[in-house]
Every structure is written in structure tokens, then in C-alpha cells.
Design a protein around this ligand. Structure first.
Ligand code: F6P
Length: 339
């Protein structure tokens, strides 16, 4: 069998570990493996590249993806779905490694014409249903936590409020986890309404208790009161996040209301770059092996998923049906340390 592998959407640490695991397991079962360049675009344009021992060697700890990525949606490209269908004449099966968008396309292709595809859940955002965790998330949380630790010492030296804007798109997983790990004084996430007076109240009460600095972690997808939503969406129909981010606007508001000097740090794409943590390498590796096994067994339309400590197969359709948002119990853990 000739097995294609593609990586779609934003890159994340651990993608290469999955590619390596798919290749190693598939070779052992006697299959050939090819890389599909830059996500679904590579299927639409039939852009393949060989994945042999030379290409796979040494990639386990490397960030990014050796086969490139894009946010191309074949359902939004003229003739895109027919082109993908035609590409399946050159690959017998496909491992799609991606988040809700990339895997949503995989689920739809499987439903529309039984495309021989299996999924692997990746995203630093950890917002995919069907799996307890996605790989890439642990690395992003570690990077944010380290940044929060570093901001603590400079915030304390200068008696400042530090606002830290983290990624996560429309969910607050990165903010909640890194905020708890980093000991943030306020954490704001898209799942919970933002009230400026409450935020400033927490900061004021902390400063009244003798602390002269505060750390506020805000998720990029938070809707701030009074912010204008222009209704712009991307190829997958997601609301585009404001160009002037929430961190900056929140920082201005905090400084104006409390009078405390405030600085803003936007961690941006540093959260996605570089080497995966050991935990992400292991999860990515297990997912890659599972995906290769599913392909070998002809179990298409499935996604490798983590449930407890087990890697299992779940339906792609179920896994992409809705976003996994942060439940209030998780936010309560964060809130216990506010102020
Ligand atoms: O989905 C991963 C992610 O890093 C989000 O957290 C973020 O909102 C988005 O991708 C950024 O996308 P881009 O790399 O296209 O700017």
C-alpha cells in the first residue's frame, strides 16, 4: 500500500514525531509512505514527496513539519474535492494530522465518498473533542509557564501589572493551564464573560494586601466589553481575531482604571515553535503508531485519541462535531488563586 501523510493548519511541536511513527510502523508492515506537501493543498495539487529513511532520520525532536502545512480547505477551492478524489488514485490511504479544520475536511471526505483517511489530533489549542489531550498543547503550556515565571520577577521589580496574551483561538485551555502553573493573579478565557471592574477589583485587592505587582493571563479569543466584531471569517468560517489584540486593549483599560503601570506581552508564535516536550513527543509517537495501525487494518474514518492513559480510535465525525471548551470546573481551579 502507498500511504500519504499530510499536516494541516497551524504547525505545532510533535508533528514530525507523528510522521516518523507513521513511517516506521508502516514500513514494518511492508507499506510505502509519501509526504503530501502543505496540507490539503498538496492533495488538491497532487504534490507528493518521498518519505524514506533519509527524510525521517533525526526528526523526532524537531519542531515544525518537514512536509509543510497550509490552511487550504478543498471545499472552498473550485474543483477542490474532485481534485482530492483524483489524488487518491496515487495514494491508497491517507493520514491527516490536524486540528478541527483539517480533520473536519477528512471527516467530510470520508462521509462524501468513503475517502480512505484516518486522523491524528494536533493543536496547541487542545480544543478537539474526542481526545483528552492533543499533542503540542503540553509544549505550548510549558513555554507560556516559563514566560509567566520570567514576567513575575520583572513585574515585581517595577511594581507593574503584566498582561500576558496567549494563544488558544476560541478556547482558553492554554490560558487556564499556564495561568495555574505560573500562578497568575487573574486569568481570562473566551468561555467566561470579561468584566473590567471585576478584573480591576482583583488587582486592587491584591495590591491592598501588600503585593505591588500582578500577572494577568488573557486568552487571545476573549471578547472584551465594547469591542467591535467586524464579522470577518476565515476559509473555515471561524471569526477572525482582532488585529490589535486583546492583551493590548486589556492592558490600556487596566492602567486607566487602576492607575497601576501596566505592560503587555504577546507570546504569539513562540508558543508553537521549537522542540516538543518529552510528553508531546511520546503522545505524538503513540498517535502515529495508532494511525498506521488503523490504516493497516482498513479502519478508515477514525481518529487516534487519548482516553485516560489509552490511545484508542474514535470516529472522525464525532471528534470534529464540536469544539472542546474549558468547563467551569477547570476555571474554578484557576479562580481559587485570583486576587
Ligand atoms: O490553532 C493554532 C493557533 O496557533 C491558534 O492558537 C492561533 O489563533 C492561530 O493558530 C494562529 O494562526 P496563524 O499561525 O495562521 O497566525
Amino acid at each position: 500500500m502507498r500511504i500519504g501523510v499530510l499536516t494541516g493548519g497551524g504547525d505545532c511541536p510533535g508533528l514530525n514525531a507523528v510522521i516518523r511513527a507513521v513511517a516506521r510502523r508502516s514500513w514494518a508492515a511492508g507499506h510505502e509512505v509519501v509526504g503530501v506537501r502543505e496540507g490539503w493543498r498538496g492533495m488538491v495539487e497532487q504534490n507528493f514527496e518521498p518519505l524514506g529513511r533519509e527524510q525521517i532520520s533525526g526528526i523526532l525532536p524537531r519542531g515544525g513539519t518537514i512536509i509543510g502545512t497550509s490552511r487550504t480547505n478543498p471545499y472552498k477551492v473550485d474543483g477542490g474535492v474532485d481534485a482530492v478524489r483524483a489524488a487518491f488514485e496515487h495514494v491508497d490511504a491517507l493520514v491527516a494530522i490536524g486540528g478541527e479544520d483539517t480533520l473536519g475536511v477528512a471527516a467530510r471526505l470520508f462521509a462524501d465518498f468513503g475517502a480512505p483517511v484516518v486522523g491524528v489530533p494536533k493543536t496547541i489549542d487542545n480544543d478537539l473533542s474526542g481526545t483528552d489531550y492533543t499533542f503540542g498543547f503540553d509544549t505550548a503550556v510549558a513555554i507560556c509557564t516559563e514566560a509567566i515565571d520570567r514576567l513575575h520577577t520583572t513585574a515585581e521589580s517595577h511594581n507593574r501589572v503584566m498582561v500576558v496574551e496567549v494563544m488558544g483561538r476560541h478556547t482558553g485551555w492554554i490560558a487556564v493551564h499556564s495561568g495555574i502553573a505560573g500562578g497568575a493573579d487573574v486569568i481570562l478565557i473566551p468561555e467566561q464573560p470579561v468584566d473590567y471592574e471585576e478584573v480591576c477589583g482583583e488587582i486592587r485587592s491584591r495590591h491592598a494586601k501588600g503585593k505591588n505587582f500582578s500577572i494577568v493571563v488573557v486568552s487571545e479569543g476573549c471578547e472584551l466589553p465594547g469591542a467591535e466584531d467586524k464579522g470577518e471569517v476565515d476559509q473555515f468560517g471561524h471569526r477572525l481575531l482582532a488585529k490589535r489584540g486583546v492583551g493590548e486593549r486589556l492592558g490600556e483599560e487596566i492602567e486607566a482604571r487602576t492607575g497601576f503601570e501596566t505592560r503587555v506581552t504577546v507570546l504569539g508564535h513562540t508558543q508553537r515553535g521549537g522542540s516538543p516536550t518529552a510528553r508531546d513527543r511520546i503522545l505524538a509517537t503513540r498517535f502515529g503508531l495508532k494511525a498506521a495501525d488503523l490504516i493497516h487494518a482498513g479502519e478508515y474514518g477514525k481518529m487516534a485519541a487519548l482516553r485516560g492513559d489509552d490511545v484508542v480510535a474514535v470516529s472522525l465525525e464525532d471528534a470534529t462535531a464540536e469544539l472542546k471548551t474549558v468547563p467551569s470546573e477547570w476555571y474554578d481551579v484557576a479562580r481559587a488563586f485570583f486576587g
